[in-house]
Write a protein that binds this ligand. Structure first.
Ligand code: M6R
Length: 604
């Protein structure tokens, strides 16, 4: 997702900024920009697409002597990836770069517009620079204006601001999004939204805490706490390697990506939730016209997300929905009718099997939609419409945050369609939207839970196999839990609908068969419980996940009590991901690059 860099000093500023942004490229972005202030002159460069485009735009620019600069890579959320929407955002005499979401931006924008301010972008960020300049014209100093600006911002932000009258200073603030200040020697100051941007440049850094803000020159960093008390700058040496910086202290990318789910889900939901309706800016208004059926197609984890969608779309939007594994669908001569919306789901947008089904559907004249994490991927370019999941780059081969964002998009899609087809009361859509809003906190990993799973994992290293079982949407979740475990631990694991065990698989039950039972409070609890009891009676080793006590389990992972089964779904999803990862780590496997697997499967 977005990245921030900043520099104050005498070295070539353009190169330092672009080099820092390059280190943040792995997070994903679709436009970039820098602004340099030197000899009272601003030089601004922005470009859509890769950093090479920005480098070309700025190729004639060179700095000599002292200068300050800020830069940004943007992953579009509010507004399309255009130059106007790229950061830095511009006022009359000031520039800002920002990561996060200004939740009250519309309100601020309305009042600034009322005063005659003209906005040129569709972003939430632009309000910051205009608000700052509004205060600058009323209060004494840029710093007072900066403080007054921060006091009005609601939401998450990490931001850097420069203004003409203080041409040796960068103003900074952090609340909810990461920001690091670094220095080298006595006369260079750096900023970065992650260690990665500062490695090889800064020697020591301060990891800002939420609510901290201040201003920096080349020689000094002046820092305040959220109550406006001055703080002493406490630096720590920056000694990490590039790779560990990208992992941000986590042992594996998969672990980082599991922990990241809270922030990426906030991005996925951003701008799409209204009080009692779901809004997808990107969907053509006639997409669902004449559509009586939905056909979903995908592979692997994306297929499991699609399976979840079949429950939600039929339940909420009352529309016939089916799902197919792409590699099967391709060759079975399927009957396709033009009243079917064909939906493919793919993290990469490049999976060969899924891409081919999309081509087939297009050839047969069906309307097509892709739910994808990668803008400009083959599927996004080909489909009639696309919804981006906004998970940021996923490096771990075992998909985690991509799945979380796919399911949340599909859930939103089911509510969007329910609204259009009037199959759910507005109040029910509103209730579910309030549950969607809780997802970023539901998926936050608690230390105690992770520690329990780490300890528990040592009991599940051997045995002759795992069954992950659940009902309803917890069945595809069980499939996904089993797939995660297989992929990275190489242990045999299967997902099953819990009601199906008695039709055959229960023959395998014995103490060496591990059953991971998903027992949500709000979806078919008693039915699932009976199925798990049947396995327990046959001496299978049971590990249950539930907010309710379950005395037949050998191990019990207590989940939180939620008001809705979908919130339970997301909490259990995180537990299954961590459980697999901890087992794989104990087995000494390469969690990020499991044997025989590739991240993007572009062959049949
Ligand atoms: O990029 P896609 O979502 O189309 O990829 C589909 C599968 O290859 C992918 O989900 C795979 O199953 C992952 N390794 C799951 O962790």
């Amino acid at each position: 997702m977005c990245g921030i860099v900043g520099y104050i000093g005498t070295k070539p500023v353009k190169e330092i900024l672009i080099d820092g942004l390059r280190e943040l490229e792995y997070r994903g972005y679709d436009s970039a920009g820098i602004v340099v202030l030197q000899n009272h002159q601003f030089s601004l460069f922005k470009a859509v697409g890769k950093l090479i485009n920005l480098e070309e735009k700025a190729s004639l620019f060179e700095s000599t002597g002292f200068s300050i600069g800020i830069g940004h890579t943007r992953w579009a959320t509010h507004g399309k990836p255009t130059e106007l929407n790229a950061h830095p955002h511009v006022g009359a005499v000031s520039y800002v770069v920002h990561n996060g979401i200004i939740e009250n931006y519309q309100e601020l924008k309305n009042s600034l517009t009322h005063e005659g301010v003209q906005f040129v972008s569709q972003t939430d960020t632009e309000v910051i620079v205009h608000l700052f300049e509004h205060h600058l014209s009323n209060v004494g100093t840029p710093f007072e204006a900066f403080k007054a600006t921060l006091a009005q911002l609601e939401g998450a932000y990490a931001l850097l601001l420069v203004t003409a009258s203080e041409d040796k200073t960068i103003f900074f603030a952090k609340n909810g999004s990461p920001m690091i200040v670094g220095r080298r020697g006595e006369d260079e100051t750096f900023f970065g939204s992650s260690d990665a941007a500062l490695i090889g440049k800064a020697q020591e850094v301060i990891y800002l805490e939420d609510g901290q803000y201040g201003y920096a020159t080349a020689e000094t960093i002046t820092l305040f706490d959220p109550h406006h008390h001055a703080l002493q700058s406490r630096f720590t040496p920056l000694s990490v390697t590039k790779l560990s910086a990208q992992k941000e202290g986590y042992r594996f990318f998969m672990e980082k990506e599991i922990y990241e789910q809270s922030t990426v889900l906030a991005d996925t939901l951003m701008g799409r939730l209204r009080e009692d309706e779901i809004y997808f800016e990107e969907l053509p208004s006639d997409l669902f016209e004449g559509i009586c059926e939905i056909k979903l197609c995908a592979c692997g984890t994306s297929y499991h997300a699609a399976m979840v969608a079949t429950y939600l779309l039929e339940r909420h939007a009352k529309i016939r929905t089916s799902v197919e594994i792409a590699s099967e669908f391709r060759y079975r001569e399927p009957l396709l009718t033009p009243d079917t919306l064909f939906v493919v789901i793919s993290q990469s947008g490049e999976t060969a099997d899924t891409l081919e089904t999309l081509k087939m559907a297009k050839k047969r004249g069906l309307k097509t939609l892709v739910i994808c994490n990668v803008d400009n991927s083959s599927m996004v370019r080909l489909a009639d419409a696309s919804i981006l999941t906004r998970a940021g780059i996923e490096k771990g081969v075992a998909s985690t945050k991509a799945f979380a964002t796919q399911v949340s998009v599909l859930w939103m899609l089911s509510l969007h369609l329910a609204g259009l087809r009037q199959t759910l009361e507005a109040s029910e859509i509103g209730r579910q939207i309030s549950v969607l809003r809780t997802l970023p906190s539901v998926v936050k990993v608690e230390n105690s839970t992770h520690e329990q799973l780490r300890r528990l994992s040592k009991r599940y290293l051997h045995g002759h196999g795992f069954f992950f079982i659940g009902r309803d949407v917890f069945f595809p979740l069980a499939l996904e839990g089993a797939l995660k475990l297989k992929e990275i631990s190489y242990l045999h694991a299967e997902g099953y609908p819990s009601g199906e065990m008695k039709h055959g698989p229960i023959a395998l039950a014995d103490p060496e068969l591990f059953t991971i039972a998903l027992l949500p409070e709000h979806k078919l609890y008693d039915k699932t419980k009976s199925n798990v009891e049947e396995l327990s009676a046959r001496d299978s080793t049971i590990c249950s996940l539930s907010p309710l006590d379950f005395d037949k389990a050998d191990d019990h992972i207590r989940t939180h009590s939620h008001s809705d089964y979908m919130a339970e779904f997301f909490e259990m999803m995180v537990i299954l991901q961590l459980f697999s990862m901890e087992i794989a780590i104990r087995l000494g496997n390469d969690v990020d690059m499991p044997r025989n697997l590739a991240k993007s499967v572009t062959v049949e």
